[in-house]
Design a protein around this ligand. Sequence first.
Ligand code: SF4
Length: 372
Amino acid sequence: MSSFAFRLIAWQRSHGRHDLPWQGQDAYRVWLSEIMLQQTQVATVIPYYQRFVAAFPNIAALAAATEDEVLAHWSGLGYYARGRNLHKAARIVAERFGGEFPRRFEDIVELPGIGRSTAAAICALAWHEHRAILDGNVKRVLARYCGIEGWAGEKKIEEQLWQQAESLLPPPCRGRAGVGVKLLSSCDSTPILTFPLQGGRDDSIATYTQALMDMGATVCVRSRPRCAACPVQADCVAVQTDRTAQLPTPRPKKAVPERHAVFLLLMHGSDILLEKRPGSGIWGGLWCPPQFEDEVAARDWFLRSGMEARGGEKLKSFTHVFTHFKLHITPLKVELAHKPLRAGEPGSVWLEVGEALGAAIPTPVRKVLEQL
Ligand code: SF4
């Protein structure tokens, strides 16, 4: 029997994913993929990633773009703070590091939008530096494999998971090509084992890191893990204690707050008025129709605006689910007799609906525009 790291590396080489478009790419692409993959599945990310690197093939191109251009390429992927931080970080890299992605963990983790695990993943995948990662999938794998109870959002549980993540890392290879390297893990009881270096190069940490990600995404999945296909089943504590369904411990249940919003769709012919949202908060920096808490507030604002309506209708309401609350959205369409002067105000713009669909807009606005 082999150690945890040894088995994961061997498993990744024969069963892991090898055709992801960012694998084996430079640090910029690894960074971009890591940011896009936060809270988002691989299949969703791939087309966004490909369009993004086609538009911004390197850090210099990303740094030179406007925030609007970046967010237009992020539109539909959600969690827009990721796109804004990516853009800010590219500008910092261009200014402070001459456009070369930094190599030091301490510099990487200082960049906007990059936490400890993401910085470690970039170091491991792009620079082959031996660093532990702990994203949501890895937390699940380790909570089960090591039998750690408690919600990972609690500081002390997260600390335990980090300790395990560190202790399970494969050590840096000190062997010569063809000689092999010794591996030992503290979480399992197995003795020291060896595996060969690949072409004389120590890529074990990149393979191991990818293995953890692949395991979490394809084998140790949230519900009904595929334990029979798992390379570490033999000493998995969750399996031994029949707790695969109980681990990881879920977040304590709390009622999800519900909010309401009215989108006022001010139309003139096929043109619609959109406003740029403030830089922070939900949909920060994106273009949206004027938004109100309820229909009364929308109507009062419209009457005070001096605009003249020619007709209008209420479109189908729908609910958009955020991580921490649900937003019930009612779109009210108003056809205007004339385009108001308001169109010239900074932060607002009239766009033809087809053009608006290509702008930096959030998913619920896209949904509404597609109905028009
Ligand atoms: Fe996850 Fe099952 Fe593997 Fe344990 S044996 S790590 S529960 S897939």
